[in-house]
Write a new protein. Structure first.
Length: 190
């Protein structure tokens, strides 16, 4: 029974790391995003290279690591929302696990004319949707399960015009924001 309980606790820790990844991406919380990767972790999800190497200096068009790349891409969007779905965790050993987690991601693209708009911006805001899977190798090091390798699989993508009303009509205090302005961080400091 102890082994089964240990596996169950390890699975829960792995699922929580994946959820923390989604929070960090959507809130653009750099420290939190870096915390889900082990040193030397590698990435292949719209970017191929190291996942998180905070001391590596970037040069030219190379952002240096996935975290910097993600923040460059996400700055061209006003909002993002990553929803996690089916999540399977299988253990190769007591310190290595494979994880497959389905995701759906929403991105509100900035329009042309916005100084933060990306190279693929349209004349108006656009909604960019992606569906796929995170296929990760997790490792247990010094008592912590973290991502050692991530491959992001893309199942579908769609870009469409946003609804005309959007979120403008709701109480702005309840609209998600990015780090450190989101309600989540304000509550933590109370």
């Amino acid at each position: 029974m102890d082994e089964a309980l240990e596996l169950l606790l390890a699975k829960q820790q792995i699922i929580e790391v994946t959820s923390i990844y989604a929070r960090a991406i959507d809130r653009m919380d750099e420290a939190l995003l870096r915390s889900v990767f082990h040193a030397g972790s590698v990435h292949n999800h719209f970017y191929q290279g190291p996942s998180s190497e905070p001391d590596k200096s970037a040069s030219g068009d190379d952002p240096g690591d996935f975290v910097r790349f993600a923040f460059q891409v996400l700055s061209a969007h006003t909002h993002t929302h990553h929803q996690l779905g089916n999540h399977i965790v299988e253990f190769e050993s007591s310190s290595v696990a494979r994880s497959e987690c389905y995701f759906t991601a929403f991105h509100r693209m900035r329009p042309l004319g916005d100084p933060l708009a990306g190279e693929t911006a349209f004349e108006t805001e656009m909604d960019f949707f992606v569906g796929g899977r995170y296929i990760d190798r997790f490792e247990l090091r010094e008592g912590e399960w973290k991502i050692a390798e991530r491959v992001g699989m893309t199942d579908w993508m769609r870009i469409e015009a946003p609804a005309s009303h959007g979120i403008a009509g709701i109480d702005q205090s309840t609209v998600s924001k990015r780090y450190p302005d989101d309600y989540l961080y304000k509550q933590a400091s109370v």
